[in-house]
Design a protein around this ligand. Sequence first.
Ligand code: CO
Length: 212
Amino acid sequence: MLDLTRLFENNRAWAERMTRDDPAFFLERSRAQTPHFLAIGCSDSRVPLELLSGAAPGEMFVHRNVANQVFPADLNVLSVLEYAVEVLRVRHVLVVGHYGCGGVQAAMDAGQGQGLGLVDNWLGDVRDVQRRHRDELRALPTVDDRFNRLVELNVLHQVVNLARTPVVQSAWARDATPLLHGAVFDVRDGLLRSLVTAVDGNDKADALIPLA
Ligand code: CO
């Protein structure tokens, strides 16, 4: 188990290893970052976006929050998005959800009257997604199937939310970047599965969610 002492020891060993492999590694990165990706994922400790994708320092700009939400009024995610798109000119923006997401689970349970406090407010959009797709979800045979599907639907809705931000709209008016993607990570086998890829305009974004 990682404790605080180990954390700093690990860091020192990592920095030494990186420098041994490439003496200029940190010096080069201290000058600028040129990532091609912005990844928006869940805060869950089992979903380390750089680790699971092999992204080295400098290759991935990252934003994480509970249940990988992209709220149109969230200054935090919007600031990250604006900087990534307007300044860093990332080519790809990925929303990464994950099966077994506690945030999505909490949103499902909230309908059963189990309040969790502040996070309930944060998860309002996931509950909206659940309501909007009630018929599709109810038709699935098990609770696990419904949970997994809600995780996927949540990712698709967040990709649509991304597409509708002023940042992405004005970027698309300029050229067809960034490309938006949605994927889901499976904490049981470590694999990332693509749900939707290369959304580069409003037609594709609008087609993501069947009208419910
Ligand atoms: Co999660």
